[in-house]
Each structure stands twice: as C-alpha cells, then as structure tokens.
Ligand binder design. Structure first.
Ligand code: FES
Length: 127
C-alpha cells in the first residue's frame, strides 16, 4: 500500500514524526497525528472489526466519523473511531469483535448509540 505524496489540489501533506505502534501485537509504523485508520491502510490493513451477528469484516466506510465500521480497541478502550483518532507513539490498536457495549459514563454515549443505530452499516448488519 502506498501513500499520496503530492495531492493535485491539496499539495503535499504535512506529516508528524515517524512513530511505532502495534496492531494486534505486531509492530507497525505511521506518522504521529495522522488518523489511526490511515496508518493501518498504508500498512495494508483493511479489516478493523468484525460484526457481532455474522462475523463479517468491516473497515473504513465513511472516513468522517459517522458510522461504526472503523471502530477498534485502542489502548484497551473499545469503540474508538480510528478514522478520526490521531495516531500516538506506542498505541496498542486491536481488531474489535462486534461493537462493544457503550460506557454509559462517557458523555458521548447517547450520541454514539444514536449514530450507530442510524448508520447504513447498522441497517445492513441488522438484515
Ligand atoms: S469509517 Fe470511521 S466512522 Fe465511518
């Protein structure tokens, strides 16, 4: 998998420093501050989670934080939208099995549940 070095409209992307993180226990490299999903895609990783009912693979779908297809377990915390979460050195990123129960103490819990229920991916999964 390669990265865009020069975009015809946006120009050359600015990058953070090269950092090491782990994906399911395997060391990988990415640029600090880029979305975790971008670092994984550049490394050839397409599957971020498996659906709860059919155990079907899911990966980047909207890439703007509106669905739940890219959620993974990051540093032990489930349901992290990797398309919106910046990469930090030493992160432990793991494939998620289904969508974990929401942490009701999380102030975003209600909004996340509503978004997940309304997403096209959730509708397809419910089929
Ligand atoms: S791909 Fe990340 S929320 Fe949709």
């Amino acid at each position: 998998m390669s990265r865009i070095v020069e975009h015809p409209i946006l120009g050359a992307p600015s990058k953070g420093s090269r950092v090491v993180f782990t994906y399911d226990g395997v060391e990988m490299e990415g640029y600090e501050g880029e979305p975790i999903a971008m670092a994984l895609k550049a490394a050839g990783v397409e599957v971020h989670r498996f659906t709860a009912k059919r155990h079907e693979p899911r990966g980047i779908f909207c890439a703007i934080g509106r669905c739940t297809d890219c959620v993974m377990v990051v540093d032990g915390k489930p349901n992290v939208r990797t398309c919106m979460t910046p990469l930090v050195a030493g992160m432990d990123v793991r494939t998620q099995d289904g969508v974990a129960p929401l942490d009701l103490d999380d102030p975003r819990a209600e909004a996340l549940a509503a978004e997940a229920a309304a997403s096209p991916a959730a509708a397809k999964e419910a089929e």
